[in-house]
Design a protein around this ligand. Sequence first.
Ligand code: ARG
Ligand code: ZN
Ligand code: CA
Length: 254
Amino acid sequence: GRPVVVIPVAVHVVWNSEAQNISDAQIRSQIDVLNADFRATNPDRAGVPPVWADRVGDARVEFILASRDPAGRPTSGVTRTHTTTRAFGSDDAMKLARRGGTDAWPSDRYLNIWVCQLSGGLLGYAQFPGGPPETDGVVLLHTATGTLGTASAPFDLGRTATHEVGHWLNLRHIWGDDGEGCSGTDFVADTPNQGGPNLGKPTFPQLSCGNAPDGDMFMNYMDYTDDAAMVCYTKGQVERMDACLEGARSSFIH
Ligand code: ARG
Ligand code: ZN
Ligand code: CA
């Protein structure tokens, strides 16, 4: 395949209570998970049912905390901002200094990850390619970030970021975002047609939409299962991420 693409990451911790000001170690644990999952070196990929083992894809994308800030000065790649906002919603306020958050670093050169308290059970959300640069990136609930510190089961294996960065690279939910219907699509050829999202830790097989005998690929990062149950991208999803990196996000390819 093509050379590995290395994505510089800026993590913006926007905290109200001290607990929300997560440690550098927790942030590093998140970067480690992204690197394992996007290179398919995560040991739990062994849990992919044998019928699909040859569909597992290595996205050949790696992540590194930025070593230079937008002005070219040395940086840890982490910004820390105190906010008076107790919990954010999905309206992007954490991404704007004038709304109690932290402004994005230039989104053609950095993957911006905001880490904060979120309301309403939201684990995170992402902006698809092609949107406004000032809100581009992904948002993570601090308790769904990385594998230590405030990370809380069942979302304590860093998979919220894996899922959200999938969206950032133009992946859709595996069930096609049509409720429980069978007519939605994720525009990926090697993921089975699937009704609605799977939750928790399903057992193989989970059938829907006439997809017997193997059923839903619920162990895919783009389903809605617990962190421990999602373990792979497919080669077809990698093709879609590649197309994004050659198109809307080509500024990351040097
Ligand atoms: N956007 C999804 C949500 O907030 C993220 C789901 C991530 N799933 C996970 N197992 N970490 O519900
Ligand atoms: Zn999603
Ligand atoms: Ca569907």
